[in-house]
Design a protein around this ligand. Structure first.
Ligand code: ADP
Ligand code: ZN
Length: 606
């Protein structure tokens, strides 16, 4: 069978996605491979398909016990012989699994890195035909990365002990060039095929609000999404508790997750979310790595995260199934201050790390105040600079009013200059507005010619300063109390023919306070339209799926993804053969569940 046939027969997909085919091809030809692809891009199939085609066994090193269980469950559903070995099994279960593995029962074996060098596993590995070793979440092997795991250093030692070197493949969603090089070096990969696919997630809609009442904003957002599943990230445990309790009081079935809960409760809550018993998970950033739930249709950030890396990773947990999904960021100045406090009071960071974290925080803040396309802004941060405005984010949809602020900008610049580039934005505004307060007096700032020169409000001046920073007329230093200095374009602004046009958000858009009545309604993006499907049929199919999932004690998305149900609604298959044409329906699942789904569709058509 060709790789494509394996893809169709086992997973029900007719085409590889961009990047998958190259990696699969390289691996099948015996080359090492490194795949760097964003969450949801489809990394798993890159090693699962060749794993099924190799004569021997493929070992997959994975750091997360919950993830292994889900992946193996999903594979078994597709009729694939897979198993996992980790600390959730008893010694006897491990022994039995290894016995089965030695007997050639499994093609794919997921294993925790701690297990690799145990004597029983080494014994097994010596006698087994291991065709490939795959390292999932490969950035964990790098000390330069944010999630370094010492147990990953066992991997090269393990490979070295094998009688025959297997193909080595590695996958991650997050890798800077230094981490990437480190992965190749640490794993001693041999001239690997490296594939870095774009970081864009076109099906995610990026939304941004700075409503004063965050909870009201959250409720308005959720009211438009009853019945769909999502995550609400909060900065602290206390906020998680508060938001979760309020949501439950307001009639939502929400669960919570943070490091302060017992292991049992955390696992229980995670399962509730996974199995759709609780549709909303309110959590700190402790929740997520390894949440492989494909039908998360929104991620809300109740607080602004401390950097774009974290934000994008968390937001990226929405829409893994490729369906349109929504990422809402509720931003407030208070979040910036809280983050700043946390960075400055982190006990484990030296000054260089603190400075870098503060800089990252300012970059995150810029994302929240820009009038630019948010997707473009994010992707440029990750080094992708050639994209157009996306048409699928709040800033692209917001009407901006253009105001000529040249005289104000010139006043601000000359005020900053006169004040000796030594003060923060608030002081600059105070001086411009002629506030004769104690601090102004103590520095004798009321003697300047720019004192009291402006008739604008404090808010407007703050907005103009933010805008001038984003346009590089001014700089905000990366300090605990940031200082405003002249930027590289300050001179340009003072020239006679200067025209500085600020794009401000009209009320109803992005980071403004006004709300139009339908601004939280689920978006139908231009390029990512929800397909016109019959919602009644879709609901019926979801109900059928839920019933089967409960009977089988599996998460619903392991039976069929939402995208598969949607495709059924489009293609309306009335025979098993026709059902096999639906994206995500492989042979085994068609045999197992096909009749029931076809019957449901026939009933509907009648
Ligand atoms: P990652 O590990 O990169 O985050 P996954 O491997 O979990 O992503 O895949 C994300 C989703 O995309 C899964 O639901 C998977 O079934 C689906 N998928 C992967 N490859 C394809 C493909 N070629 N065609 C259609 N769907 C795919
Ligand atoms: Zn955009």
């Amino acid at each position: 069978m060709t790789a494509r046939e394996v893809l169709k027969q086992n997973f029900g997909y007719s085409e590889f996605r961009a990047g998958q085919e190259e990696l699969v091809g390289a691996i099948l030809s015996g080359q090492d491979a490194l795949g760097i692809m964003p969450t949801g891009a489809g990394k798993s199939l890159c090693f699962q398909v060749p794993g099924l085609m190799f004569g021997g066994i493929t070992l997959i090193v994975s750091p997360l016990i919950s993830l292994m269980k889900d992946q193996v469950n999903a594979l078994v559903q597709e009729g694939i012989a897979a198993a996992y070995i980790n600390s959730s099994l008893t010694e006897r279960q491990v022994a039995r699994a290894l016995e089965n593995a030695a007997g050639g029962m499994y093609k794919l074996i997921y294993i925790a890195p701690e297990r690799l060098l145990t004597s029983e596993f080494l014994h097994f590995a010596h006698h087994a035909d291991i065709a490939m070793l795959t390292v999932d979440e490969a950035h964990c092997i790098s000390q330069w990365g944010q999630d370094f795991r010492p147990s990953y250093t066992a991997i090269p030692a393990f490979i070295a002990q094998l009688q025959r070197r297997p193909v080595v493949s590695a996958f991650t969603a997050t890798a800077t060039p230094s981490v990437r090089d480190d992965i190749v070096a640490q794993l001693q990969m041999k001239s690997p095929q490296v594939l870095i696919s774009g970081f864009d997630r076109p099906n995610l809609y990026f939304d941004l609000k700075n409503d004063r009442d965050k909870y009201a904003a959250l409720l308005a957002f959720l009211a438009e999404r009853r019945g769909s599943s999502g995550i609400v990230y909060c900065a602290t445990r206390a906020t998680v508790e508060e938001v979760c309790e309020s949501l439950c009081r307001d009639g939502y079935v929400a669960s919570r997750y943070h490091a302060g809960l017992s292991d049992d409760e955390r696992h229980g809550n995670q399962d509730d979310f996974l199995y759709d018993r609780a549709l909303i998970m309110v959590a700190t950033n402790a929740f997520g790595m390894g949440i492989d739930k494909s039908n998360v249709s929104f991620v809300v950030h109740y607080n602004m995260p401390k950097d774009i890396e974290g934000y994008y990773q968390e937001a990226g947990r929405a829409g893994r199934d490729g369906e349109p999904a929504n990422c809402l960021l509720l931003y407030s100045r208070g979040d910036v201050q809280k983050n700043m406090w946390m960075i400055n009071n982190a006990s484990d960071a030296d000054e260089t790390i603190k400075a870098r974290n503060i800089e990252r925080l300012h970059i995150m803040e810029r994302l929240c105040t820009t009038s630019e396309c948010l997707r473009k802004h994010i992707l440029e941060y990750f080094g992708e600079s050639t994209i157009e405005n996306c048409g699928n984010c709040i800033n692209c949809e917001t009407e901006f009013i253009e105001t000529n602020i040249t005289p104000d900008a010139q006043q601000i610049i000359s005020c900053v200059t006169r004040m000796g580039e030594r003060f923060g934005a608030k002081m600059v505004a105070d001086v411009l507005r002629g506030m004769n307060n104690a601090k102004v007096q103590s520095f004798k700032l009321n003697k300047f010619t720019t004192f009291g020169i402006s008739k604008k409000s404090a808010v407007t001046i703050a907005e103009m300063i933010d805008f001038m920073i984003s346009e590089e007329y001014l700089i905000k230093t990366a300090e605990k109390f940031p200082i405003i200095k002249l930027g590289s374009r300050a001179k340009e602004a003072l020239q006679a023919d200067a025209a500085i046009i600020m794009r401000g958000k009209k009320s109803g858009g992005g980071a403004s306070n006004g709300e139009t009545s339908n601004s939280y309604a689920p978006r139908v993006a231009k390029t990512f339209g929800k397909h016109a499907v019959n919602t009644l049929l879709l609901a019926a199919l979801k109900e059928l799926r839920l019933r089967i999932a409960r009977e089988q004690k599996l998460p619903a998305f392991v039976i069929f993804h939402d995208s598969t149900l949607t495709d059924m609604c489009m293609k309306l298959p009335t025979t098993i053969d026709a059902l096999l044409e639906v994206s995500g329906v492989g042979k085994v699942k068609a045999d197992k569940y096909g009749a029931e789904f076809v019957a449901e569709i026939c009933k509907f058509i009648k």
